[in-house]
Structures are given as C-alpha cells and as structure tokens.
Design a protein around this ligand. Structure first.
Ligand code: PLP
Length: 376
C-alpha cells in the first residue's frame, strides 16, 4: 500500500518517539534513536517541531562560539568553569553563592527532589495540568500525588493546594511558574500567600524553567532567605541549550547538600562555556522574550479569530482548545508535517503548542487551518 507523503512522514516521526505522549520529553530509548537531522535548527527541511518547548533559535551566537572554543580543553573536568558560572549566576540573581548548585539541566534536581522528599509518607501537591516529571517520579516511589486543577485564569489555585498539603503529610508542593503546558502565570501575591500558609514541614519546589519569557518576578529571593524553598532554573528554554544541558538549583545550603547526597555528576564543559557566554550577553533575555511574545501573541490572535481559545500564556508554549479529541488532532497535524505537543487527561480537547519561529508558525497556521477546516 502506498501512503501519502505526509502520512509516511508521520509514521516516521512516530518511529522516532517524537509523537509519543509522556512528560513532555521523549522516552529515552526512542529519543536516542531520533535521526540526527531532525531539529528546528537543522539546515535540512523537515517537520516543524513544536512539541517539546525547545527554543528554535538554539544557543546564542556567542554561546555557540564559546562552546566550540571549549572543546579542545574538554579533556579536563574544568571545575573552575563551574565555579565561575555559579558565581556569575549568584551575583546576577543576588543570592549567596553557597545557595547555588549547578546541574546538567533542571531535570536532575527535579528528580532528586522527588526521590528525596516524597514517598509513601510524604505526598506531593501539583497543579493540573502541569509538567508531570516530578509527580510521575513521586508516584513510582509510592507517594500520593494530589492534583489540583488550575484556576480559570491559568494561575495555580494556591488555596486549594495549601489545603491539600494540610490534609495529609506532604513533602513537596510543586509550583511551575510560568506553568507548562499553559504558559500561564501565578501572581506574586498568591505565591506569598502559599509560602505564608503552607505546612511548616512541606517544602516548595518552584520550577522557573520559563521565567525569562515572562515579566513575572522570580521567587529566587525566597530561596536566598528561607530553608524550605527550592528554585530551579534551566538553560534549556530561552537560552536554547536543551541539548547542551545546564541547570541551576537555588536553596538553603542544607537543601543543596541533601540534593547532592544522591551523588555527584560533573558538568559538560561546552555547556558551562555556553551558559557563561549566555549570562554575559546583556541583550539576550530581553530580545528573545520580545521575539517569543510577538510570535506567540500573533498565533494566539489568529487562533482566537477562528474561534479557538487559549489560556493566557507568558512562555514559549500555550494550550489551545481544539474542540475535538486533542490526541487525534495532534496526529493529524503531524501528518501535515507540524508536530505539536500533547493533551493532558484533565483537558482531552486541548493541545500544547510550542512557539516556534515566524516561519514555523506560518506552517502551523497552514496545517491547523487544514486539519480544523477553517480559513487559513
Ligand atoms: N521543568 C519544566 C517545567 C520543563 O518544561 C522542563 C522541560 O521541558 C524541565 C523542567 C526539564 O528541562 P531540562 O532538564 O532540560 O532543564
């Protein structure tokens, strides 16, 4: 049987794991099989990849140069580079360096937090929908995962989350701000209320993977003062370094020691070099934030004009209500060469879309119009 090109393409993508549901990241085994040519920054034409909230622009030019320049000396661990990066991050964020620890991406401290601070006697409270890695790992460790639906405006329902944390022994409250998949934000007053009213023994893990895309203030100042707030950052999103791997945990030294108790893992030298160059670029955050906001707002407006609503987003992703089965919709989009994200069980008719380049979003609009049967 011969298949139309777009259909064949979808099946090839399915084989790479690119259309497999999960935490928003591909299953490891399938991700490792993905062809080297697939990637938005690739010179080869291929599908538009709007599924993993990656940055389509890749590392900044200065970061790419720094990574290239670092390769020759990568035979060494280069611990001094880690010190420079930690100190620069600490100085820019105005937190003591002893409260900063680097990891190859934010997944690692997230996983360590779930491993250390949740279990059969220590539940976790998360929003629904949210980034599921922490809750999924906690569940495998026998922890009860309390899912609290987002409010209508997309903010975390902090009052319901705190009530859930008081209802049973709770090790962690997870706050993703801006939230994945919605890109929606939780306002500082709500977060302050949560910190003032949560159980004393419950720690709050604040995942700020998308913070640089938004205009929201960080909670990192709380991690600098308290012993029960852990703030995670990553270079995977706005800095375009998902494949290079660099992340930061900020917390009280005792919390950092607990996270470190699961073992050490030296950092990739090119990633450290690229992260340093990224932090030294004074224009990068503002420029990419503005670029992302412009493309995101235009796309959401285009969808809105055709009757498809989205939760307000301040990140490089948004969730759109496609008014039909989201999984089938995403599959039909992939068949048109535009790979979008997935649906969450609580919202089966909504799908997550990553904000790509203008050119990618033009392809998105073309495919969306065709699949949804609306004017382009
Ligand atoms: N946290 C959130 C909210 C994410 O969306 C992601 C990735 O998509 C991660 C953490 C993990 O990112 P990384 O390990 O690449 O830093």
């Amino acid at each position: 049987m011969s298949l139309p090109t777009s259909r064949r393409h979808f099946l090839q993508l399915a084989g790479t794991g690119l259309v497999v549901a999960g935490t928003g990241l591909p299953p490891l085994a399938t991700a490792q099989r993905a062809p080297a040519t697939v990637g938005a920054a690739s010179a080869h034409p291929g599908p538009a990849l709007l599924n993993f909230n990656e940055c389509p622009y890749g590392p900044a030019p200065a970061a790419q140069q720094a990574a290239r320049d670092s390769i020759a000396a990568s035979g060494r661990y280069r611990f001094e580079l880690a010190g420079q990066l930690r100190d620069l991050f600490a100085a820019q964020e105005q937190v003591p360096a002893e409260r900063v620890r680097l990891y190859p991406g934010s997944s690692e401290p997230l996983n360590r937090a779930a491993t250390l601070w949740t279990g059969p006697q220590a539940a976790v409270v998360v929003a629904d929908p949210t980034f599921e890695a922490l809750g999924d790992l906690a569940a495998t460790r026998g922890a009860q995962v309390q899912r609290v639906p987002l409010r209508g405006d997309g903010g975390h329902d902090v009052r319901a989350m705190v009530a859930a944390a008081h209802a049973r022994p709770t090790g962690l409250i997870y706050i993703c701000n801006p939230n994945n998949p919605t890109g929606s934000v939780t306002l500082p007053a709500d977060l302050a209320w949560l910190l003032a009213n949560k159980p004393d023994a419950t720690r709050v893990l604040v995942d700020e993977a998308y913070l640089q895309y938004s205009t929201q203030p960080s909670l990192i100042g709380q991690a600098a003062q308290r012993d029960d707030v852990i703030v995670l950052r990553t270079f995977s999103k706005l800095y375009g370094m998902a494949g290079l791997r660099m992340g930061v945990a900020t917390a009280h030294p005792d919390r950092l020691r607990e996270l470190a108790s699961l073992g050490d893992n030296p950092l990739p030298v090119p990633a450290m070099a690229a992260a340093l160059a990224s932090l030294r670029d004074p224009q990068l955050v503002a420029q990419r934030r503005q670029q992302n906001a412009q493309v995101r707002q235009a796309t959401i407006a285009w969808l809105g004009k055709r009757g498809f609503s989205s939760v307000p987003s301040e990140a490089n992703c948004f969730v759109v209500d496609v008014q039909r089965d989201g999984t089938a919709f995403a599959q039909a989009m992939a068949a048109e060469g535009v790979v979008i994200g997935r649906s969450w069980a609580i919202w089966p008719q909504r799908v997550r879309v990553t904000v790509g380049t203008e050119e990618e979003m033009a392809r998105f609009r073309g495919a969306f119009a065709k699949v949804a049967g609306v004017p382009a």
